[in-house]
Design a protein around this ligand. Structure first.
Ligand code: DX5
Ligand code: ZN
Length: 218
């Protein structure tokens, strides 16, 4: 069963509560929260304060994607704010195993992510310790970019590694996913799909999410 995780980076933040309610009514599985620090990526976005507010406004699990340097500094704050999944970038920390352990000890599910130019081999040794793997299919920092086609090979490679160890970790793809290309990513082996502009720009969240789900399962 696939999952759709709309990225609120493309939401109207003046109406965040309404947007979250609309996503819930539209059948979203997770809410993807893009946290950016202006160092790991050029953009600055959301902190624990907004995650805590979002937590009060929705019962959907918050899928928090940390695009920040040394994420170990903030795991406690995001866990306390109500994150269900906390994903860190392998490129952003020297002590990935320790961070992943910390996330789980604080009661959240642990994810690891890699950028488009980072090989899957970098995360091979951590796969047994994570609940989710996030393959970036754009360079992180902004919504509305085009899907990088070579990401499909990385999804396939990760799927094969997870299957080989009979892992139940979710395989998420993030960046440039729309109803028009979701099937390719699903066929490559992804089972959680982040989409920002691909959902919010349509204005019809329920119709778009249903269409994505149908196309991914075709
Ligand atoms: C990019 C973020 C994505 C982004 C997705 O840095 O991690 O989650 O918001 O937006 P779209 O779906 O528009 O590419
Ligand atoms: Zn993201």
């Amino acid at each position: 069963m696939i999952k759709i995780s709309p990225s609120i980076l493309s939401a109207d933040f003046a109406r965040l509560g309404e947007e979250l309610a609309a996503l819930e009514a539209a059948g979203a599985d997770y809410v993807h929260v893009d946290v950016m620090d202006g160092r790991f990526v050029p953009n600055i976005t959301i902190g624990p304060f907004i995650v805590e507010a979002a937590k009060r406004a929705t019962s959907l699990p918050l899928d928090v994607h940390l695009m920040i340097e040394e994420p170990e500094r903030y795991i406690g704050e995001f866990a306390d704010a109500g994150a269900s999944i906390i994903t860190v970038h392998a490129e952003a920390t020297r002590h990935l195993h320790k961070v992943v352990q910390d996330i789980r000890q604080r009661g959240a599910r642990a994810g690891v992510s890699i950028n488009p130019a980072t090989p899957v081999s970098l995360i091979k040794d951590i796969l047994g310790d994570v609940d989710l793997v996030l393959i970036m299919s754009v360079n992180p920092g902004f919504s509305g970019q085009s899907f990088i086609p070579s990401s499909l090979e990385k999804i396939k490679e990760t799927r094969a590694l997870l299957d080989a160890r009979a892992s139940s970790a979710e395989l998420e793809v993030d960046g440039g996913i729309k109803a028009a290309n979701i099937k390719e990513a699903a066929d490559a082996g992804a089972d959680v799909f982040v989409s920002g502009s691909g959902i919010f720009s349509t204005g019809e969240y329920k119709k778009t999410i249903s269409e994505m789900r149908a196309r991914a399962g075709e």
